[in-house]
Design a protein around this ligand. Structure first.
Ligand code: BTN
Length: 321
């Protein structure tokens, strides 16, 4: 039995007898009961109604490959090879495996849960089942490593655009590509460069994590939010989010390949949450005010010695006493 098949049947939130579920899934009633127990242990609320069967109480937002593909415009659909998984270590690692035999398509992997979700700078990425979006795309660029300047910022612009098209107004970006709303992080992008192939082709994995429904996350050590927490008026559906982001990333990559970061700089700048703010960088050794990005995507600080560009690492708000 596929892990999501039972939940898909229960997702209408009606009462289903153990017998009818077993019949539809082609398994024993004991197997159904075991899966229900597993779903409950993973946090779903399922009522057992004596003499009648099971009823799902929680709202479910299941990943559905067909629905994502159907929501993509035709010209994007034919460029991608989409995989949805119930669970994986990291969607980035899975895309790295698939890139080897990509055959000119963009390999894309989504998972309901990650057991070893990775964040920037070696951090973990909290990836509870069914709560958030864990999405990775394998992108190939012509022109060697130098064409990648600013790519990670451009990906932030693509995701912000996609979310805005679904009703998230006011999405901010924190350099290089954290997604912020009202001062709190709700998403991040991990860009991993795979290496140069023949004829200057470079492969890059873009891993996108968006907190969608998550209400609790004991392991996160900074203020965070989710789409549902910030924009509660909308019914956030992970399949729709995935389709909008995939479409935006695939089309932006083409423009980026020909026009570089310059074509996106103003848009990134307009979303910069640090502009004009007192900041520190380089492990606290550099202080200045946020002055936006230069034309290769480095962040600039206005310091006492003039403009200084920061290429890597974290930038954070300076606590002014
Ligand atoms: C960050 O630290 O802000 C980047 C987080 C990126 C998380 C995503 S979730 C999908 C993909 N798979 C991973 O293991 N990480 C990225």
């Amino acid at each position: 039995m596929k892990p999501n098949a039972l939940l898909a049947l229960l997702s209408d939130r009606r009462i289903h007898s153990g017998e009818s579920l077993a019949k539809e899934l082609g398994v024993s009633r004991t197997a159904v009961w075991k899966q229900i127990k597993r779903a409950v242990s993973e946090g779903l609320e399922v009522k057992t109604i004596r003499g009648q069967g099971y009823q799902l109480v929680s709202t479910l937002d299941l990943l559905d490959r067909d629905r994502i593909l159907a929501a993509l415009p035709e010209e994007c659909r034919k460029l991608v090879a989409l995989t949805t998984l119930s669970e994986v270590g990291s969607t980035n690692a899975e895309v790295a495996r698939q890139l080897v035999s990509a055959n000119g398509l963009v390999p894309i992997v989504l998972a309901d849960a990650q057991t070893a979700g990775r964040g920037r700078r070696g951090r973990n990425w909290s990836s509870p089942r069914g709560e958030n979006l864990y999405l990775s795309l394998g992108l190939t660029f012509r022109g060697g490593f130098e064409v990648l300047d600013g790519l990670s910022l451009v990906l932030g612009v693509a995701v912000a655009r996609a979310l805005q098209s679904l009703g998230a107004d006011d999405v901010g970006l924190k350099w290089p590509n954290d997604l912020f709303a009202r001062g709190q992080k709700f998403g991040g992008i991990l860009v991993e460069i795979q290496g140069e192939l023949q004829e200057g082709q470079v492969q890059v994995i873009a891993g996108i994590g968006i907190n969608v429904h998550m209400k609790e996350a004991p392991g996160i050590d900074q203020p965070w939010t989710s789409l549902a927490g910030t924009w509660p008026g909308r019914a956030w559906v992970r399949n729709d989010l995935a389709a909008a982001i995939i479409d935006e990333v695939v089309s932006i990559v083409n423009v980026f390949e020909s026009g570089g970061f310059e074509a996106f700089r103003a848009e990134w700048q307009a979303r910069d949450i640090f502009f004009g703010q007192p900041l520190v960088a380089r492990e606290g050794t550099l202080a200045g005010r946020g002055a936006g990005v230069d034309n290769t995507g480095n962040y600039q600080l206005e310091t006492e010695a003039g403009l200084v560009s920061v290429r890597a690492g974290d930038i954070s708000l300076r606590v002014v006493p």
